[in-house]
Ligand binder design. Structure first.
Ligand SMILES: [Zn+2]
Length: 123
């Protein structure tokens, strides 16, 4: 192993010039230990963030499943509005639209939600 270690070329480095492992006043073996510790710390941070992401995804999946069940249950208790019988062309707004259009929209929206796939989070 060579003992005349030259200072590395830091020009392409993404870390600060003030990073302790770049300080030429420390012996090279200490600088390598510091850099190794920094990498280990970074890996722990990444692992921690990945765990948090997995936990959040699991929580979201449970919540999504629970919401879908609740919406399905609600839809079973709600009376379906009658078939659309709009007469707005005679006198707008007609009683059919006034009485049922919003309920029809809400039910259609709820059915769309329970039949959709939960969002996939990339990790
Ligand atoms: Zn109408």
């Amino acid at each position: 192993m060579s003992t005349d270690l030259k200072e590395p070329d830091w020009s392409g480095s993404k870390t600060l010039l003030s990073a302790c492992w770049k300080n030429p006043l420390y012996p090279m073996n200490e600088r390598l230990e510091m850099a190794d510790g920094a990498v280990r710390w970074r890996n722990e941070v990444i692992a921690n963030l990945r765990n948090q992401l997995e936990q959040a995804k699991a929580d979201a999946a449970r919540r999504d499943s629970s919401l879908q069940s609740s919406i399905e249950e609600l839809l079973e208790y709600i009376d379906e509005p009658p078939e659309r019988n709009c007469s707005c062309h005679v006198s707008p707004p007609c009683s059919d639209c006034v009485d049922y259009s919003h309920l029809r929209e809400v039910i259609a929206s709820a059915k769309k939600v329970i039949h959709s796939q939960p969002a996939q989070v990339q990790s």
